[in-house]
Ligand binder design. Structure first.
Ligand SMILES: NC(=O)c1ccc[n+]([C@@H]2O[C@H](COP(=O)([O-])OP(=O)(O)OC[C@H]3O[C@@H](n4cnc5c(N)ncnc54)[C@H](OP(=O)(O)O)[C@@H]3O)[C@@H](O)[C@H]2O)c1
Length: 338
């Protein structure tokens, strides 16, 4: 009989109440994989999108598979076993990873569990300067900010637009980050600062001192002042809200500038952007151990800091999802595994 472990599973789509903590089979290792004993899990919007059955996505985008499913992409933990062909890691290594995203939503081993199998190529050594709780919070949000702002495209077609996403120069530029306090936003603004940009952070007023402490040069409380009525001559807008409302930022941007909607589906404004030589570009974050290794140096030396909004034991994943549903997230929600 297969060995078992504790995990959070769901047997149907629905609200946070469908998340059930209990026994599940321990993942078996395939070639090229490591088995990670999970210490911390970072939560991300795809977790609730999948929990609900991806209702917001067009039908052709909805992943298919069988129940039960386990959610979760982001982990930090300790290598417990390695497949015979894996040479980069050893048992006992502390690692972090965004596991099989976007390809592994159904069927494969996922993160809300005591153990997760991880393709070795998608893992990196945990930055030694931060603990598992902070490292588990990092992968999807920081890889997203990195792949939008720093990394040069992907080696696979961009599923969200017909042309590859290409980052723009940041040094000496003015960058507005909308949704700056959230998972992606708080990393995006720190990357922009690190690269020498002046940053305007847009968030609700309660996050002002948090964002100024992370380096925001200016702060706009969107609940009082719509940023699009107030700001002009920005080189780049990173809109972590994205979607159909993103085109309101075009009037904020200089001719020749760029708008990056992080949620790219339904992004609007192509015609106006074309007239003013503004690039609208988006992409889909992808697992990458190599990029996590590179980013790890910035986490080690404190260039990029990780904010924890709230932390819950694995068994309380449902409460973590209830927290997420209330919105106004500052940094990351995590689960800890004893
Ligand atoms: N393209 C990709 O591959 C990719 C990857 C990761 C995430 N995403 C998408 O990016 C989006 C953000 O993800 P996330 O993980 O950063 O989410 P998050 O952690 O929930 O952050 C969202 C932030 O937006 C703020 N906010 C909400 N309404 C706002 C508004 N009208 N104006 C300005 N700020 C507002 C919230 O706080 P306040 O309202 O209190 O300021 C919160 O801090 C999601 O839609 C996600 O699906 C896409």
């Amino acid at each position: 009989m297969a060995e078992s472990m504790k995990a959070v599973r769901q047997f149907k789509f629905g609200g946070p109440e469908v998340l059930v903590y209990g026994e599940a089979p321990k993942p078996e290792l395939k070639a090229g994989e490591i088995l990670v004993r999970v210490h911390a899990v970072g939560l991300n919007p795809p977790d609730w999108y999948l929990r609900e059955g991806f209702e917001a996505l067009p039908p052709e985008w909805r992943p298919e598979g069988d129940f039960p499913i386990t959610l979760g992409t982001d982990v930090s933990g300790v290598v417990d076993k390695i497949a015979d062909d894996v040479e980069e890691f050893a048992i006992g290594d502390e690692v972090y990873s965004m596991v099989r995203f976007p390809e592994g939503m159904f069927g494969d081993s996922r993160a809300y569990a005591e153990f997760v199998s991880v393709p070795a190529i998608q893992a990196a050594k945990k930055p030694f300067g931060i603990d598992h709780a902070h490292a588990g919070a990092v992968p999807m949000s920081l890889l997203t900010a990195w792949q939008f702002l720093i990394a040069e495209g992907h080696d696979v077609p961009n599923p969200i637009q017909s042309f590859p996403h290409v980052p723009v120069p940041l040094e000496g530029k003015t960058v507005l980050v909308n949704g700056a306090a959230g998972g992606v936003g708080h990393f995006a603004m720190q990357i922009a600062k690190w690269k020498g940009a002046r940053v305007i952070a847009v968030a609700s007023g309660e996050h002002e001192s948090f964002l100024r402490d992370l380096g925001a040069d200016e702060f706009i409380d969107y609940t009082k002042t719509p940023p699009e009525d107030f700001v002009r001559d920005v080189d780049l807008v990173v809109d972590t809200i994205g979607g159909p409302t993103t085109s309101r930022f075009l009037r904020v941007i200089k001719a020749g500038g760029a708008l990056f909607p992080i949620f790219g589906l339904g992004a609007s404004g192509g015609e106006e952007a074309g007239q003013r030589d503004i690039t609208i570009s988006t992409t889909q974050v992808r697992s990458s151990g190599a990029q996590l290794a590179e980013i790890g140096r910035l986490l080690d030396n404190g260039t990029i800091r990780v904010a924890i909004d709230s932390s819950f034991p694995l068994a309380d994943a449902r409460k973590a999802h209830e927290r997420a549903a209330k919105g106004h997230i500052r940094g990351k929600i995590i689960l800890t595994v004893a």
